[in-house]
Design a binder for this molecule. Structure first.
Ligand SMILES: Cc1ncc(COP(=O)(O)O)c(C=O)c1O
Length: 348
């Protein structure tokens, strides 16, 4: 099986850089970024800061590093941070918040990935009672990966960040896929970022670059992040080669995220018609589809193995739940091929 004949729906992180992106990377002007001397990294940081309406930005190796450096820069060991129970920051970053920042998480939220002010109020501590850790940070995620790529509304985000700021907390947005939210709702990125002291963006997901994320925020905050990036081993040297891929993605791969959303919807509509398949979170709002296989002709494991034999890869979240993510390397034909195979295995 050649790679090009594989339909890889496990994640949008699996994309390969296009020829034009590779060319931009090969031709990038570079310098030593630990000295702040890489012109391509500096240009990317300025572009992303402007995109989000923030004073400054910092290029880092990954979405996890972007979240963890931000968490470290916002908190002291022994502080609490409010996160959603399904937040990537809590669930899928190898307990880095506890290990690297000494932060205790309070997990509250609604099924759609948002957090209501009353839910924050239910766990908030002002630090005056020595029994209780002070609540210093609110983290939201948009789009929300494990809530099915859901888009948190501007109103819900503002209600949560207003509550946080009124209570002296900082606010962080895990914006790994925030441009998917912007494209889906026709929002300006700066409007989404307005209520947050820090916001991240990943280039190695739907945007199709091989490596890299950016944190944007205030000048002093980003200066602290720069120190923690070094502390965490993330100071990179001629990183302009990577930043060039990210800049190319910003210039060429944003508007096309709408195609990924259309493909996810088409896939979900097809899935909904199959025997023993239910959409876990309804129709997708962006590029992520969660579905359950229960009471079907095959178990999910059997189905995934059968699909894999014909070059179609699904993410398996648990014994019955699958995740399919659309991206730059999945076209309409890939979706039709996947639906055809699913119908063959499960029956319509
Ligand atoms: C919402 C969210 N945040 C952060 C990350 C971490 O990104 P990375 O895999 O680049 O560390 C992911 C990865 O999928 C994610 O979905």
């Amino acid at each position: 099986m050649t790679t090009s004949s594989v339909v890889d729906l496990r994640s949008d992180t699996v994309t390969k850089p296009t020829a034009a992106m590779r060319k931009a990377m090969a031709e990038a002007e570079v310098g030593d970024d630990v000295y702040g001397e890489d012109p391509t990294v500096n240009a990317l940081q300025e572009e992303v800061a402007a995109l989000f309406g923030k004073e400054a930005a910092l290029f880092v190796a990954s979405g996890t590093m972007a979240n963890q450096v931000s968490l470290k820069a916002h908190t002291q060991p022994g502080d609490e941070a409010v996160v959603h129970p399904q937040a990537h920051l809590l669930r899928a970053e190898s307990a880095a918040g506890a290990a690297l920042s000494g932060v205790q998480f309070r997990a509250v939220g609604r099924a759609d990935g948002s957090i209501a002010p009353e839910q924050i109020a239910g766990v908030y501590q002002n630090g005056s009672n020595p029994h209780f850790a002070p609540t210093r940070l609110l983290c939201l995620e948009n789009t929300h990966n494990f809530a099915g790529g859901s888009v948190l509304s501007l109103e819900d985000m503002q209600a949560a960040t207003d509550y946080a700021h009124a209570h002296g907390m900082a606010t962080h947005l895990d914006g790994a896929r925030v441009l998917n939210a912007c494209v889906a709702r026709d929002w300006r990125p700066a409007a989404v970022a307005a209520g947050f002291d820090s916001v991240t963006l990943c280039f190695s997901k739907g945007l199709g670059a091989p490596v890299g994320s950016v944190i944007a925020g205030g000048r002093d905050f980003i200066a602290r992040c720069r120190r923690f990036r070094k502390m965490f081993g993330g100071g990179m040297r001629q990183a302009g080669i990577l930043a060039a891929g990210a800049r190319h993605a910003l210039g060429h791969h944003v508007a096309r995220l709408a195609e990924d959303h259309g493909h996810a919807l088409r896939l979900a509509e097809g899935l909904a018609g199959l025997r023993g398949v239910t959409l876990s979170m309804g129709l997708p709002q962006t590029n992520i589809v969660f579905f359950k296989v229960e009471g079907a002709r095959m178990t999910l494991a059997e189905l995934a193995a059968a699909l894999q034999r014909e070059g179609i890869l699904l993410g398996q979240m648990d014994a019955v739940t699958a995740r399919a993510v659309t991206h730059l390397d999945v076209d309409e034909r890939s979706i039709e091929r996947t639906l055809h195979a699913l119908r063959r295995h499960l029956g319509a």
